[in-house]
Design a protein around this ligand. Structure first.
Ligand code: HEM
Length: 449
């Protein structure tokens, strides 16, 4: 950043009136970041156009193997084009059609838990391979020039995984290069890449091939979708285990709404208690901890000049927990605060941003909310649960906010009262199981596509 501009920002910051939060600069290696927790400025940022603010360049550079230049990290007209193809696939009417697939996948997971309970005389420890890909790649440091090119053991592992993932995606793609496939998301991405090929790469940035367009978008959607939802479900189960009264309320609602049937779209919409529990979980444990932006042109917020190239960061947990905004019980789990809707839960509604904000807001939030309700309602109707004595409360921010040692729960199987059988205790690392579940669900849908 130009020195004069830097000095100008510093003066402006020092004199700006601070309202409900802070605006300050810090640097991480060579990257300078404007950190914003001021709700008024956050609101202005959310109203900004995608031509003014985009995703920081360091995302696709430092997290290249993870994100490439897909929808999550690209900018400008290239991003707008990808958003136009991908976002409609997650509109409510489309998500509605996916409920039965979500129920089917959840049933498989629950059957597995049931099965294992029977086979292990009631006590079960599940340990599965974690998502090696995201864990390894999340260790990439930002802001240290050239480090990502050094052939260290860690970088070689990243490159190997990158190659492997690319080969896997292209194998799926090659298997479906046939016009008989329905127009699902993958097919829309393939069609878009085909039209790029046909038009000699029009609209594509010079360094992006049609093949890269496919691979990067598959990686982006997978990255954006699977861990966040699995983590939210895990945090939610942890909170319900710690607050048995809320667990009982949620279960009573599920049983009232669904009876002995599996949930469908109409039933999910009637689950108000479960919805506020998910909102409160996302307030306290937002898996994505920062909204990040880069000024794509000179701009200004709250009268502060922001030069082109400035990185902006909004720490979500700080906004979600400011006592001034949420009241004195802000650190407590109290889903009731959302009973009258998100707008009434907080003094400044734009401070609640678990799915981000503005034009770059999460494209999959309807999908995520629906999937969470399916999974949680089916677990609630089948099991009662409490925290296992082995559970350690260790939230850590790696790339996302996750429980370092998983969430270990003691599950008691809910039997049909009519059958008059007793409950069976099992101990389960729910986080591991859910991450595995969300991974396998993605695999299932890609196989079906
Ligand atoms: C509880 C689950 C989820 C949470 C908390 C979450 C949160 C977020 C956040 C904070 C962002 C960045 C928004 C911003 O920069 O303003 C984002 C972006 C995105 N999310 Fe999600 N997400 C979740 C689930 C999903 C799912 C299930 C999908 C798709 C299957 C998805 C697809 C995307 C995409 C495509 C983007 C990039 C949007 C763009 O830049 O245009 N997300 N998400």
């Amino acid at each position: 950043m130009h020195e004069e501009t830097q000095a100008f920002i510093a003066v402006e910051l020092a004199t700006s009136s601070i309202y409900h939060g802070l605006i300050f600069m810090y640097s991480s290696g060579t990257i300078q970041i404007l950190c914003v927790t001021d709700v008024e400025m956050v609101r202005e940022i959310s109203l900004s156009t995608s031509l003014k603010l985009g995703k920081p360049t360091y995302l696709s550079k430092d997290h290249g193997p993870l994100l490439g230049q897909g929808i999550f990290s690209s900018n400008g007209t290239y991003w707008a084009h990808q958003r136009k193809i991908i976002a409609p696939e997650f509109y409510l009417n489309k998500v509605k059609e996916m409920v039965s697939l979500m129920v089917e996948s959840t049933s498989k997971m629950i059957e597995l838990w049931d099965e294992k309970t029977r086979n292990s005389e009631g006590i079960l420890e599940v340990k599965v391979e974690d998502d090696l890909k995201s864990l390894v790649m999340s260790k990439v440091p930002i802001g240290v020039p050239g480090l990502r090119h050094i052939p260290s053991k860690h970088n070689r592992e990243i490159w190997r995984l990158d190659k492997e993932i690319k080969a896997m995606i292209l194998k799926i793609v090659r298997a479906r290069r046939s016009p008989t496939y329905e127009k699902d998301l993958l097919q829309l991405i393939l069609d878009a890449s085909k039209s790029y090929e046909d038009s000699d790469g029009d609209y594509l940035p010079a360094d992006v091939s049609p093949e890269m367009f496919i691979v990067d978008n598959c990686k982006s959607i997978y990255f954006a979708g699977h861990d966040n939802t699995g983590l939210t479900a895990s945090w939610c189960l942890m909170l319900l285990a710690a607050y048995p009264d809320w667990q009982a309320r949620a279960r009573a609602e599920v049983l009232d709404v669904c009876g002995s049937e599996l949930p469908n779209d109409g039933m999910l919409r009637r689950m108000k208690v479960l919805t506020i529990i998910i909102h409160e979980t996302l307030r306290l444990y937002p898996p994505v901890a920062f909204v990040v932006r880069e000024a794509l042109q000179d701009t200004s917020f709250k009268g502060i000049e922001i030069p082109k190239g400035t990185n902006i960061e909004i720490p979500i947990p700080i906004l979600h927990q400011q006592p001034e905004l949420w009241g004195p019980d802000t650190y407590q789990f109290n889903p009731e605060r959302f009973a009258k809707g998100i707008a009434k839960a907080c003094k400044v509604p734009s401070a609640y941003i678990p799915f981000g904000t503005g034009t770059r807001t999460c494209a999959g939030q309807n999908f995520a909310m629906t999937e969470l309700k399916v999974v949680l309602s089916m677990i609630l109707s089948r099991f009662t649960f409490s925290l296992s004595p082995g559970y350690q409360y260790t939230p850590v921010l790696i790339l996302v906010l996750e429980p370092e040692h998983g969430v270990n729960l003691r599950l008691l199987k809910q039997y049909n009262r009519a059958r008059n059988t007793t409950t069976v205790p099992i101990v389960l690392s729910t986080y591991d199981a859910l991450v595995l579940f969300f991974n396998s669900e993605f695999n299932t849908s890609s196989k079906q596509q």
